[in-house]
Ligand binder design. Structure first.
Ligand SMILES: *Cc1c(COP(=O)(O)O)cnc(C)c1O
Length: 342
């Protein structure tokens, strides 16, 4: 299950008088804020999500934490927030993982320790402007898989992100507007919403919290190109594995809603979703089904997922720099910036 379960320690750093103060660990899960804090009134909040895993031989590793650090910087800048320094970010991840090592789920059952870095504007504002002070925090929660089994999507009549909006950053506001839509999707028997581009409503974007990809009958991987989807680190990694390891042709291009019936496989990818198979997409009564000729376990999606999760769990050496330095039982260094994040 993917739900909040309080791990004992979280990291807190505060931004005051134009600079970030030294961060520290705390056992207090509550945030105390002024009623007019910018985050409460104007949703000045960005976040990240990554996982720490236990490996078979007892090490603890993180998957591409440097990519999260750099994406959070981009998100912060777009929300007029002071970015948290990337080297400090990696140190903070390290501290939180170490402090919570007792609650990292064991190797082999598909669970992990989810880490949620986030940043909020804390000072009171009433006229619309960014806050003067901020809090950067990372809390942890042991989690299981986000999706169980195959996913049913519906094409959503709401839009997720406008051109030149905030769809390409990890802003909480992108989720606020999706809550009504996801509650409605669940009530109608779907697992997630598939959003179209807001400008023309002809091209696929992504779901509320994961990117989407397709595989053709011949084994080409196709995924939407768009400036208004969240640049998923999982997707980036999947594309690289598909092309470099499996020699699959990879295309990042606009995907029209009219062509989705032509694909054999469809999957969602993200830290929470990992790679989850999509059983069907319902476009207003027109239902497209996937994994018809190949079931999931014999599909390209399955091969990609297996490879990726083996890398993440330290069973296989992946591309250079993908796994943060293994944290040994003596808890040496967990996160060394790898510098390979594009
Ligand atoms: C976080 C997120 C993803 C997945 O990104 P990863 O880096 O792979 O975890 C996809 N879409 C949205 C909207 C997201 O917020």
């Amino acid at each position: 299950m993917f739900s909040y379960s309080k791990a004992p320690y979280r990291y807190i750093a505060k931004y005051k008088n134009g600079k970030w103060e030294e961060g520290y660990l705390s056992q207090d899960a509550n945030v105390v804020l002024n009623e007019s804090a910018c985050v409460l009134q104007y949703a000045q909040c960005v976040f990240e999500g990554l996982k720490a895993y236990k490996t078979r031989d007892g090490r603890i590793v993180c998957f591409r934490p440097d990519c999260n650090a750099s994406r959070m910087k981009d998100s912060a800048i777009r929300m007029a927030m002071p970015p948290y320094p990337e080297d400090k970010y990696l140190e903070a991840i390290d501290m939180v993982v170490r402090a919570n090592r007792e609650v990292i789920p064991p190797y082999g059952d598909g669970s992990s320790l989810y880490l949620r870095p986030f940043m909020i504007g804390t000072t009171p504002v009433l006229g619309v402007k960014p806050a003067d002070e901020y809090e950067f925090r990372i809390f942890a929660s042991p989690v299981g898989p986000y999706f169980d089994g195959k996913i049913k999507l519906r094409v959503c009549d709401f839009d997720r992100a406008a051109p030149n909006g905030t769809g390409n950053i990890k802003a909480s506001l992108n989720y606020a507007m999706s809550l009504y839509a996801i509650a409605d999707a669940h009530a109608q028997g779907y697992d997630e919403n598939l959003y179209l581009d807001a400008a023309t409503r002809r091209f696929l974007e992504e779901t509320g919290g994961a990117n989407i990809f397709f595989v053709t009958k011949e084994g080409s991987l196709v995924t939407p190109a768009s400036g208004t989807i969240l640049p998923s680190i999982t997707r980036r990694s999947v594309l690289e594995v598909a092309s470099k390891v499996f020699g699959m042709p990879v295309e990042e291009r606009r995907i029209s809603i009219d062509e989705i019936g032509g694909f054999e496989e469809c999957g969602l990818c993200g830290t929470a979703a990992v790679i989850s198979p999509v059983e069907s997409i319902d476009d207003h009564g027109q239902i497209y089904r996937y994994f018809r000729e190949r079931d999931f376990e014999s599909s390209f999606s399955w091969k990609l997922r297996t490879y990726l999760t083996e890398v993440q769990r330290g069973e296989r050496v992946g591309p250079e720099g993908w796994m943060s330095q293994p944290l040994s039982n003596e808890f040496e260094s967990l996160c060394l910036p790898s510098g390979v994040c594009d």
